[in-house]
Design a protein around this ligand. Structure first.
Ligand code: NAG
Ligand code: NAG
Ligand code: NAG
Ligand code: NAG
Ligand code: NAG
Length: 491
């Protein structure tokens, strides 16, 4: 009897302990959440993301200073826009109406970046720039070399990040004060390697006659030599270096030297874990190639007459098999557009029209887990249906994709009837909820110059900062990915 009573006392005591400890934790986390100082354990960007919820607050500038257009008139996403939200204020204490000639103070910037003064042949000369210095004058928009249009643009993160850094030290460009260039590498948080590796791969990976190696290979070899000769590199073996390799085939030769550096990638599909992994690297969005739909102009549920849209290349190897199997499963459904053929620049307009007239847009693994299709869907406010088990998603530690995308395991998707039952079962109000969220988060995936608070460039700098501060993505969101589709099926 006594022992049972003891046990009862013991139990209620331990319960009380647990309760007290939980309460303590709760109070602690709440106090941390509201502590906006630099010492906070929660990244500053986290608050920014909470704050940036009203993206209907675009300011449209009618200057055409940003007229960075190219030969394809389907591309008009270079629109100059900005947030009028406290996002800017929390970072740079700028007032919300964006004035020109705001100067970014070293001490206010989130991230101090040292950039190697690499010769222009590693970056802007690859764009055909003819200037005789290493860097273009970014204060004068007409002197900034244009990025080639077409599908090259998908992997242009290198161009936007570099331009943003250059503009961080000019007084003429108004931009968020997230990253700033510093001259002294020992005062920097990260060392930026301005090699346009994706462009180099896309444009210059063909061998150049009479036994000469390709320009892309030569640049990679020279880059590795250059880095290994630098004290900045030797000090930590490249550990604090930020290296961009967004195209899955870029840096093929050099990447084996970059296992300790922080890479900016599209996914980890073609990398061994010791070279690239989620603990140290940053996943950056593709630049979408379809037209960006304006928030006020986004076709509604009823205006989107197609249920499902997919347009893409057909793949016969690896994960790509699933495209073929899905094709035979759903191609005959009346409200489904499922067609093969890559979205060449001529087809961009058609793809854009297709995605804006669909409620759901499929993102199916191809020869790599990621592609620009997800970002095209987001720009079209078409709810993405992600069927790609190994996909890595940009900013997933701060952006909850399950609020605006549907995740389907490949093994489920190829079951007869599964996908159509799932999508037809999603009710109008649920779809509208996801569509509203899509409209809010779409700006996070916009690359532009000058950069604006909460755009892709700004989000990448924040992601780099989070990696440096060891506030790594613990995969919480990742585990939640498939929760929603389960709910839809059960309801
Ligand atoms: C968003 O901002 C706009 C313009 O500032 C305002 O008119 C609108 O009411 C806001 N919407 C919400 C949901 O706060
Ligand atoms: C930030 O802006 C507010 C209001 O404009 C001002 O009162 C405050 O002093 C500024 N803080 C800093 C650190 O500049
Ligand atoms: C860069 O361009 C700006 C604006 O056109 C001009 O004022 C400035 O002198 C230029 N800087 C250099 C170094 O040429
Ligand atoms: C900007 O550059 C262009 C072309 O080099 C030049 O014609 C123009 O005068 C420059 N603008 C300013 C404001 O310096
Ligand atoms: C760079 O910064 C370090 C540490 O703050 C300092 O010791 C060094 O003198 C600086 N170098 C130059 C060239 O200013």
């Amino acid at each position: 009897m006594a022992s049972i009573a003891d046990k009862g006392v013991f139990l209620s005591r331990s319960l009380a302990y647990i309760f007290a400890i939980s309460l303590l934790f709760l109070i602690l986390s709440i106090s941390l959440l509201f502590q906006f100082g630099d010492n906070s354990l929660v990244p500053r960007s986290f608050y920014n993301l909470i704050v940036v919820v009203n993206t209907s607050a675009y300011i449209k500038h009618d200057d055409n200073a940003n007229d960075n257009d190219n030969d394809d008139d389907d591309y008009d996403e270079f629109e100059h826009k900005s947030f009028s939200t406290p996002f800017v204020q929390s970072c740079c204490n700028k007032s919300s109406d964006v004035k020109p000639a705001m100067f970014c103070d070293h001490n206010q910037a989130l991230l101090k970046v040292f950039m190697y003064d690499l010769p222009a042949s590693f970056h802007f000369r690859l764009l055909g720039w003819k200037g005789n210095q290493n860097w273009p004058n970014v204060s004068n928009l007409s002197e900034i070399p244009k990025y080639p249009g077409g599908l090259n643009l998908q992997h242009s993160v290198e161009y936007w990040l570099t331009l943003d850094l250059l503009s961080s030290v000019t007084r003429d460009v108004s931009r968020p004060c997230t990253a700033i260039l510093v001259q002294n590498s020992s005062q920097s948080d990260v060392i930026f390697v301005p090699f346009f590796s994706s462009l180099s791969y896309n444009r210059h990976s063909k061998n150049r006659g009479n036994g000469k190696i390709s320009l892309d290979k030569m640049l990679q070899e020279n880059l590795v030599k250059y880095l290994k000769s630098r004290n900045e590199w030797r000090r930590l073996g490249g550990k604090n270096h930020l290296i961009m390799a967004h195209h899955p085939n870029s840096m093929l030769l050099a990447r084996k030297h970059f296992g300790s550096s922080m890479l900016v990638l599209a996914d980890f599909g073609r990398y061994p874990v010791r070279i690239a992994n989620v603990d140290k690297d940053v996943i950056a969005p593709y630049k979408h190639v379809v037209r960006r739909v304006d928030v006020n102009d986004s076709p509604s549920f009823d205006e989107r007459r197609l249920l499902v849209y997919f347009q893409g290349a057909i793949y016969r190897k690896d994960g790509g098999m699933i495209r073929q199997r899905l094709y035979y499963l759903i191609k005959d459904e009346k409200d489904v557009h499922f067609a093969f053929g890559s979205v060449s620049s001529g087809g961009v307009r058609k793809a854009s029209r297709g995605m804006t007239s669909s409620k759901f847009c499929l993102h199916i693994a191809g020869d790599t887990p990621s592609s620009n299709r997800l970002f095209d869907a987001i720009a079209s406010h078409c709810v993405p249906v992600i069927i790609s088990d190994d996909i890595e998603l940009p900013f997933e530690d701060v952006v909850d994709y399950s609020k605006f995308a549907i995740f389907v395991h490949s093994s489920d998707a190829v079951e007869k009837g599964y996908l159509m039952k799932l999508l037809r079962g999603i009710q109008r109000h649920k779809w509208i909820e996801m569509w509203e969220r899509l409209k809010e988060i779409a700006p996070y995936f916009e690359y532009q110059y000058p950069s604006q608070a909460g755009d892709a460039v700004d989000m990448i700098w924040h992601a780099v900062h989070r990696k440096i501060c060891c506030l790594n993505d613990k995969g919480v969101r990742r585990r939640n990915r498939y929760r929603m589709s389960q709910k839809f099926l059960n309801s």
